[in-house]
Design a protein around this ligand. Structure first.
Ligand SMILES: Nc1nc2c(ncn2[C@@H]2O[C@H](COP(=O)(O)OP(=O)(O)OP(=O)(O)O)[C@@H](O)[C@H]2O)c(=O)[nH]1
Length: 297
């Protein structure tokens, strides 16, 4: 391998494409304080709307941010911001604005969140993006971490309850993982977890949230999904894992998973009882022989 290429690769981290990623050319806004730290929206031809509404282009789910808080757009070489009638008026460099031209480095305050307008520095934008990745992802599998998952679940439960929409929690546990670790070592065990996460990632849709919530425990939250569809999802995932060949060190290995499922229902309209119900189903799946999906009625 050529030396230059080698150097590049050593600078890449698990969570970042490092210096090889092409630099974003357009201006952008990045959350630098508060909810959504590190989230970025590129400012291209179309205007970007920022707000608490999930339909906004840059979604900041915090109570101090209005559903449709402000709008940023480009006109020629200039960028402008306009408040959209937010309860906490949009502030630029601490001055409340109705409409203003933005300059590189301006701080935009929306409620308790602060964004930075970056007109050209792609390095800085990438830095913020990386901070966001580090704060929300599990370093081993690159699925979401437990902290982000918990926040996402609380948010989605509130939304599902408000609109009377279904939501399902799946908790996934690797079967007989301890013997793999004991026989082949922790590093080989980590490889299994990474391969498993890759399969989970293949099966989740855009609005689902998949996370590693414990050592060898994963969870997937399925918004807008009823129990039957969730069971079908879990069965497909279980089968895919059982059919895959896992490389444990150099040794091909079969692995299986058990899955517990519970839906949002009376008595479990909050995260704790919902996860407890999915956990109960998971333990039943283990008790009944593993490599199976159980549903908490
Ligand atoms: N390699 C690796 N192993 C982990 C990690 N976190 C937890 N473990 C291991 O996961 C294993 C979990 O084993 P147990 O909970 O006893 O269960 P099991 O052998 O999977 O058996 P069942 O769940 O009953 O099917 C233990 O050996 C832990 O050390 C991790 O991050 N990496």
């Amino acid at each position: 391998m050529r030396q230059t290429e080698k150097t590049c690769i050593t600078q890449r981290t698990l969570l970042s494409d490092g210096p090889r990623r092409s630099a974003p050319r357009s201006a952008c806004v990045v959350v630098i304080h508060g909810e959504g730290l590190g989230k970025r929206a590129d400012l291209g031809e179309a205007a970007v709307v920022i707000g608490r509404s999930p339909e906004s282009d840059l979604h900041i789910p915090h109570n101090s941010v209005s559903r449709w808080h402000c709008r940023i757009w480009r006109d020629g070489d200039s960028y402008y911001i306009a408040d959209m009638g937010a309860t906490n008026r949009t502030r630029v460099n601490d001055v409340a604005v109705t409409r203003a031209e933005l300059a590189d480095g301006d701080h935009i305050t929306l409620g308790e969140c602060i964004l930075k307008f970056i007109s050209h520095s792609s390095v800085e934008a990438r830095y913020h993006q990386e901070v966001y990745q580090l704060a929300t992802r599990d370093g081993l599998t690159e699925l979401y971490n437990r902290r982000h998952f918990v926040e996402a679940v609380d948010r989605e439960i509130a939304r599902a309850t408000r609109h009377g929409r279904p939501l399902v929690m799946c908790i996934i546990d690797v079967d007989k993982f301890k013997p793999v670790n004991d026989k082949y070592g922790h590093i080989a065990g980590d490889d299994v977890l990474r391969q498993l996460a890759a399969i989970v990632r293949r099966f989740v849709r855009g609005e689902d949230v998949a996370a590693r919530i414990g050592g060898e425990e994963f969870a997937v939250m399925l918004p807008e999904t009823d129990l039957e569809a969730a069971r079908a999802f879990a069965e497909r995932l279980r089968e895919a894992v059982a059919e895959d060949v896992f490389m444990v060190g150099d040794v091909p290995h079969r692995m299986t998973i058990s899955i517990g499922i519970a839906s949002l229902a009376p008595g479990r309209e909050e995260r704790s009882p919902l996860m407890q119900a999915a956990d109960n189903a998971l333990y039943r799946a283990k008790d009944e022989g593993r490599n199976r999906v159980c549903v908490e009625a």
